[in-house]
Design a protein around this ligand. Structure first.
Ligand code: HEC
Length: 130
């Protein structure tokens, strides 16, 4: 009986993780693309020395990057740049931030993830940022 416990635990974990995996896959990549181009790329062009396209990473690298949540060489958080708080702070000058002001942080992060996964160098449709 004892030896079965790890198997059951793994099974339970798998069942728990399944809805999250499908949620990520269901993200609205089109909305993610708009946000990426109009918010992420807008700042990169201005402050990171140029656009950073989704093809700079593989699907696995993007997943790890988002998971780690260390943006700009660890100086700040990627989640912050997707948050309603950040959107609110730039909405006066950024149409995408204003338009998606009501979308939850989780939902928008999912959309962004769907876009970079699709646009990754080994994704379905490798994408440049503009
Ligand atoms: C307010 C400005 C700003 C916004 C908004 C922004 N970034 Fe960045 N990002 C930077 C800067 C600056 C760097 C470069 C840091 C360096 O090289 O020292 C960077 C670097 C990156 C990198 C290269 C790896 C790293 O973290 O150093 C990736 C990938 C990235 N950003 C993704 C994103 C995504 C995705 C978004 C939108 C959700 C986003 N960024 C929003 C300023 C921004």
């Amino acid at each position: 009986m004892k030896s079965r416990t790890p198997v059951l635990a793994l099974l339970a974990l798998g069942l728990l993780a399944a809805p999250f995996a499908s949620l990520a896959a269901d993200g609205d990549w089109k909305r993610g693309r708009i946000y990426y181009r109009m918010v992420c790329t807008a700042c990169h062009t201005e402050k990171a020395g140029g656009a950073i396209s989704p093809t700079t990473k593989s699907m696995a690298e993007w997943a790890a990057y988002i998971q780690a949540d260390k943006h700009a060489k660890g100086k700040d958080s990627l989640k912050y740049y997707v948050s309603t708080k950040y959107r609110d702070s730039i909405k006066a000058t950024n149409k995408a931030a204003a338009k998606f002001g009501d979308v939850s942080d989780e939902e928008l992060m999912n959309d962004l993830k769907a876009f970079v996964t699709k646009g990754a160098k080994d994704g379905d449709a490798p994408a440049k940022c503009s």
